[in-house]
Design a protein around this ligand. Structure first.
Ligand code: 1GP
Length: 226
């Protein structure tokens, strides 16, 4: 995942190219505080020119929609306390998604903890890391509402990831595509998360490190062959 606020378009293209070499399946572009849509468009355009894998938007608000991408994680922040993040922003952004002909991937978004920007900006009633039963309730609700993708989010740069035990419990109940992200920076943790039942792992902050490529390659190898 590339946050357009952290990279110039040219840096983003370099990071995306290295990520593709490492073996990623897709590049996500987004963040919870993206405001500059020209910068977003230019980052998406440069990445699109540089990689073959899909470029998928991961918006935190209506400002996160760019018609240069391939698809969008059209998400509802299920445990927000503010209806704007559950359905308001989605309604405001929907026409742009329609006109852009982006593929929309319906997704329930669940935020854990209370210390991340995602939790703060999205006014989430963060799920405590040690309460898998609460995550299960939301996961089932997401499934029954037809959300075929669910993202368990610990928050970008979080010191802890969503615990593997919680992922295992959610996996038992939720049958759609399960994405897990936030705080994943090591091969061992990625492997645990994958074994617990995650279908996709999102890595963001790690890509800001100069030497991220071998670490990312290790993460991908460990989840594909581990
Ligand atoms: C943020 O889950 C993603 O939405 C990525 O988190 O930056 O901690 O890898 P990191």
């Amino acid at each position: 995942m590339i946050d357009p606020e952290d990279f110039t378009a040219s840096e983003a293209a370099t990071v995306a190219t290295a990520s593709q070499r490492a073996g990623v399946s897709a590049i996500l572009v987004g963040g919870s505080t993206v405001a500059d849509q020209r910068q977003l468009d230019s980052v998406v355009t440069r990445i699109k020119k540089s990689v073959r894998c899909p470029v998928i938007l991961f918006p935190g608000n209506i400002t996160g929609v760019s018609h240069y991408a391939d698809a969008i994680l059209f998400s509802s922040l299920l445990n927000s306390t503010n209806p704007y993040f559950i359905i308001g922003a989605q309604a405001l952004g929907a026409l742009k998604v329609y006109k852009s002909q982006l593929e929309s991937i319906p997704m329930g978004y669940l935020v854990f903890g209370s210390a991340s920007s995602t939790s703060f900006v999205g006014q989430a009633n963060g799920i405590p890391f040690d309460k898998p039963s609460l995550a299960v309730m939301y996961s089932l609700a997401a499934q029954y509402l037809g959300m075929r993708t669910l993202y368990l989010e610990a928050g970008s740069g979080s010191s802890e990831t969503v615990p593997p035990e919680t992922i295992k419990t959610v996996r038992k109940h939720y049958s759609g595509l399960l994405i897990v992200g936030g705080g994943i920076t090591s091969q061992d943790r990625a492997k645990e998360i994958s074994r617990a039942g995650a279908d996709m792992i999102v890595v963001g902050n790690l890509l800001k490190k100069d030497d991220f490529e071998p670490i990312l390659t290790g993460i991908i190898e460990s989840i594909r062959h581990g």
